[in-house]
Design a protein around this ligand. Sequence first.
Ligand code: DGL
Length: 268
Amino acid sequence: MSRKAPIGVFDSGLGGLTVFKVLARRMPEESLIYFGDTAHVPYGSKSPEAIARYSSEVARFLAKRGIKLLVVACNTSSAWALPAIRKAVKVPVIGVIEPGARGALGVSRGGRIGIIGTEATVKSGAYEKAIRALKKGARTASAACPLFVPLVEEGWWSGEVVESVARKYLAPLRKARVDTVILGCTHYPYLKPVLARALGSRVRLIDSAEETARETEMILCDLGLRAPRGGRGRREFYASDAPERFRRLARRMLGAGVAKVGLHQFDS
Ligand code: DGL
């Protein structure tokens, strides 16, 4: 495998651009191919079987493009589909759950961790499992926040509506007196100030994107697969539906323009 091969980044839609952005900032010399499965988004309300099937198809598509490693930026897919994806492709696969769990335990003072995510992610209990595997006595509480994804995609990152939705969703976590909260969904980093206000300033927020990018860099170094320093990597984008909409929203989410978004459709 060539060190110059690209890293594949996959999400159900646009949200994974939060992970893409951190990867690009940390490792500008790495080439990145991003795939947003916009034909099937949202994964958060789909069945585990559908999530595994869609995720494997995307992983195979990226593997065919010669990636050296796959980052599954989608929390829902990381929660339900990692075994299927690892069966579908030969390259190393990194999900966001373990890095997020490790990051939370790293900063938590009292070992009381809150998790927020899509319905499917919360239902999977994947974060809880990862946290307990790392620290037996850790206490967890979780809350599904399904309205956050459409609010972020609409650009409603602040204001009365999102503040009030956040207070309602996060009330159980406040009641559970968590000291750290994992933002267990690609879109939530955009709501950090709102979430911080709803949870109170003493609660630490863990952005899985940052943790995952750190882990990706570490694994590439361990495998001797880091791209040569000093160069500038390519950036490629694909979507499985409505590439123009992807391009428009990507500009807002990345804070920079995206020249071209390729369309790749699946049969299912
Ligand atoms: N990317 C998804 C996640 O991180 C959120 C959007 C969806 O439901 O597909 O869980």
